[in-house]
Ligand binder design. Structure first.
Ligand SMILES: Cc1cc2nc3c(=O)[nH]c(=O)nc-3n(C[C@H](O)[C@H](O)[C@H](O)COP(=O)(O)OP(=O)(O)OC[C@H]3O[C@@H](n4cnc5c(N)ncnc54)[C@H](O)[C@@H]3O)c2cc1C
Length: 474
């Protein structure tokens, strides 16, 4: 094909790059999707990291945001091999006494298990669950005039608050701990404004769509998106890392699934000095330390709910979780880090040999950390599941710098493509009328460094492609 024949080129095949490519191809444009690595997927890859037959999710594992994505839900991904598995308990939260709070698909069941806090939980969560279908495209999109202003205002009043302030609605250790574990997905101190937002979104999606695991691993989401894109006529090239835009064929629009650091490296010379200055001021947040385990049996959790859960949050009380997140932000490696675990093989037998299991886990660490957190993380698992260590038969670890080397979008180990605080929630990567446009005509940013930010939902790519279609591809 003649190089000038592409209407659009997308660089980077993460969920946002794939979503941008699909949106453009669906509009009848010719699209080339370029990926630097040998496989597509970005944060959606699955590999045998430990032992043969053990299939681990290298990055994302649990997919409430994909299942609830307004864009993905318009796509026939089930016809392209994507099958979600729904664990009976979406997320469990064990305590030192062997009990656990949990998020189940049922709003009422979750609330009732919180005893004295049942009413407070329903008052906080039910309106978000009821309004979510109407407000999701606006919450998961750029700042603009919402289609349902009253419902958005009601959501915003709760979501913009610090999680720690919202927790005052609860009296019990169970409700406060469960809430803190959800809010800690924001990768910020729980005293920051907007940390309630991520908790509300994850909980509401848990009650509406569940927290599913893709059969075969998160790579199946990427494979389904890519197969659908190709069925529309889209072209994918892998093993082609782009250092400068000069390496690319010509196109009317260029969409880059990268964050400001690489935007500047690849395309800085095309940008105005103001835009370069804005990108240089972009802030990345704390990093992660990740472990994948091969086990010769399931994790022996004391609490039954944990043995039924796809995700387990290890942090005990709200106070402990808040301290661990504050420490990671302040450059301290917590002795009792908040740990996120996923137990895919309990519900998907294709993930490990018969009778064996995979376990996925990570904790938050200071930005750019090289320190090993293996001991601290395993101590946390052992604390709630005595005997865990005896079941380990293989282990693969990645510190924050390994994470960045694996995928340059995870700068300093920040898996959200930049901190999602109030200063960057809607104005990422820079304060502009459309955050997806760069200062150079026809060049767009479509990664999680644009609204709505991190997570596998494809909405950054979808909105960036819509912008490009309006601006330069009419
Ligand atoms: C350990 C971990 C756990 C996570 N857990 C979850 C989870 O359970 N659920 C969830 O929803 N989200 C999770 N996430 C977050 C999620 O994976 C990301 O937010 C999401 O993948 C971002 O998508 P993206 O398309 O913006 O970028 P990415 O997925 O990072 O994709 C970017 C792609 O661009 C390619 N690329 C970059 N630069 C170039 C270049 N110059 N040339 C060519 N190609 C290039 C990269 O190789 C990569 O394939 C997790 C992430 C990590 C790391």
């Amino acid at each position: 094909m003649n190089r000038a024949d592409y209407d659009a080129i997308v660089v980077g095949s993460g969920p946002n790059g794939l979503s941008a490519a699909i949106t453009l191809q669906q509009a009848g444009k010719s699209v080339l999707l370029i990926e630097g690595k040998s496989t597509i997927g970005g944060g959606l890859r699955t590999a045998e990291l430990t032992l043969p037959g053990f299939h681990h999710d290298i990055c994302s594992a649990i997919h409430p945001l994909a299942a609830g994505s307004p864009f993905f839900s318009t796509l026939p991904l089930d016809q392209f091999g994507l099958e979600y598995i729904y664990p009976p308990v979406a997320a469990a939260h064990p305590f030192d006494d062997g009990t656990a709070a949990f998020l189940s698909p049922s709003l009422e069941q979750t609330a009732n298990a919180l005893g004295k806090d049942a009413r407070a939980y329903l008052d906080l969560i039910r309106p978000v669950v009821n309004n979510w279908p109407s407000i999701a495209p606006d919450v998961l999109g750029p700042l603009g005039f919402p289609k349902h202003p009253l419902k958005m205002a009601a959501f915003g009043m709760k979501a913009l608050a610090p999680a720690i302030a919202v927790a005052k609605r609860f009296q019990t250790r169970e409700a406060r701990g469960l809430w803190a574990g959800m809010a800690a997905h924001s990768m910020q101190p729980l005293t920051n404004s907007t940390t309630a937002a991520i908790a509300l979104v994850l909980i509401a999606n848990g009650h509406l769509k569940g927290w599913p695991i893709p059969k075969g691993g998160s790579q199946s989401i990427a494979n389904a998106l890519a197969a659908y894109f190709q069925s529309l006529g889209g072209v994918i090239e892998t093993n082609r890392y782009i250092h400068s835009l000069d390496q690319l064929p010509s196109s009317k629009a260029l969409l880059l699934d990268v964050t400001p650091k690489q935007l500047l490296q690849m395309a800085g010379y095309k940008f105005s000095s103001l835009y370069q200055w804005q990108l240089n001021r972009y802030r990345y947040g704390m990093g992660v330390y990740k472990i994948d385990w091969a086990l010769d049996g399931p994790v022996p959790f004391r609490a039954e709910a944990c043995r039924q859960a796809g995700t387990v949050h290890l942090g005990n009380t709200l106070e402990e979780i808040a301290l661990s997140e504050q420490q990671a932000m302040s450059g301290i490696h917590s002795e009792k880090p908040f740990v996120l675990l996923a137990q895919q093989s309990l519900f998907d037998s294709s993930r490990a040999p018969a009778g064996k299991h995979t376990l996925w886990g990570y904790c938050h660490v200071p930005h750019g950390s090289r320190e090993s957190m293996t001991e601290a993380i395993e101590q946390q698992v052992e604390r709630f599941a005595p005997g865990f260590r005896d079941r380990i038969i293989g282990r693969h670890t990645m510190n924050s710098l390994d994470m960045e080397q694996y995928n340059p979008n995870y700068v300093g180990g920040d898996i959200n493509g930049g901190i999602l605080d109030i200063g960057q929630l809607f104005t990422r990567p820079a304060l502009r009328r459309s955050p997806y446009r760069t200062s150079a005509k026809g060049i767009y940013c479509c990664s999680s460094a644009t609204p709505p930010g991190g997570g596998v939902h494809g909405m950054c790519g979808y909105y960036a492609a819509k912008r490009a279609l309006k601006d330069v591809l009419t």
